[in-house]
Design a protein around this ligand. Structure first.
Ligand code: PLP
Length: 304
């Protein structure tokens, strides 16, 4: 099965030529940065494991990717959520529906709050060799294994193109992908600079995430704070407008992270005299639950 060597394409957006690393094309089900972060679990042998314990949002890309991982490995996924929205229960869509179709069990957590759920599941798994606990969104040291492979592909492409500099942009949730990419390029002394923006919290939160994963700040990516504060998962007119502009290139992006990721690129590009690359981290299935939310909030933008 092919879980590597996603293609690089070039698109033209708002006056910039941008190379796109198409990790959305890795595999129909196991794609994007979650496939990279979970590659370790796919490739390594876990002879006693029968069940994966995960948690997060019922709409999360990581729910779907974990369900795909478990199906490939013959494991049962139990995914715990703080809250299961009524609308979603009545009308399963997007990542949630696709994960159920892959056999995942999505269950209400017996405790509330992310940290409490994590330590509850961690403890369950620690006492049961049949259970494997995976951190929310793949925020863990094991993610470095697959993200380093992604970095190696980008480095190979960069060398084949005979570039001497490259600016790589991607939006961050936990920051795990951006951090391990930057670390790889710094360790291999390549002039590939990683730029990222916080999508889930603010810049201070993202810095904290980086510090937890890697104490050496010289290996951290450059954080670009968005010009204005946006709340994670909310619908913004600016996001939809930019998303539509991006889609005119023929490449479809997603609506949770990509609008801010591209805003960061467009904000920073004029100050950089070097080739630009954007990492497409997948997550397209989430659009089928995000778009109806946009349509309910801004019906006038869907009037044709
Ligand atoms: C999970 C996800 C992210 C965030 O990745 P981190 O490694 O947590 O920063 C970004 N984009 C998409 C499409 C994702 O699914």
């Amino acid at each position: 099965m092919k879980l590597a060597n996603s293609p690089v394409e070039q698109i033209h957006v708002a006056g910039h030529d941008v190379f796109i690393k198409r990790d959305d094309l890795l595999h129909p089900q196991f794609s994007g940065n979650k496939a990279r972060k979970f590659l370790y679990f796919y490739e390594q042998d876990f002879p006693t494991v029968k069940k994966v314990l995960g948690y997060g949002s019922a709409q999360a890309n990581s729910l779907y990717s974990m369900a795909a991982l478990c199906q490939l490995k013959g494991w049962q996924l139990e995914f715990y959520v703080d809250h299961l929205p009524q609308l979603l229960l009545a009308n399963p869509s997007g990542n949630y529906a696709a994960a159920l179709a892959l056999g995942a069990k999505v269950l209400p957590a017996p405790v509330s709050g992310g940290e409490q759920i994590a330590s509850y599941l961690q403890q369950l798994a620690a006492n049961d060799p049949e259970c494997l606990f995976i951190e929310e969104g793949g925020r863990m040291a094991e993610a470095e294994y697959g993200v380093a492979k992604l970095a190696e592909e980008i480095a190979d492409w960069y060398q084949a193109e005979q570039l001497s500099q490259l600016a790589l942009f991607l939006p961050s949730g936990t920051g795990t992908t951006a951090l391990f990419l930057a670390k790889y390029f710094k360790q291999h002394e390549l002039a590939i600079e990683v730029f990222t923006c916080p999508v889930v919290g603010d810049a201070a939160y993202l810095q904290q995430q980086f510090d937890q994963l890697c104490a050496n700040r010289q290996w951290h990516p450059t954080i670009v704070a968005p010009a204005k504060k946006y709340h994670f998962g909310k619908c913004y007119r600016d996001f939809l407008t930019l998303w539509r502009l991006l889609n005119q290139t023929g490449v479809t992006f997603e609506l949770l992270y990509d609008p801010l990721g591209w805003m960061t690129l467009l904000q920073t590009a004029p100050t950089l005299a070097m080739p630009l690359m954007y990492l497409h981290q997948g997550g397209l299935l989430g659009n089928s639950s995000m778009l109806p939310r946009y349509q309910r909030k801004y019906p006038q933008l869907f009037s044709d």
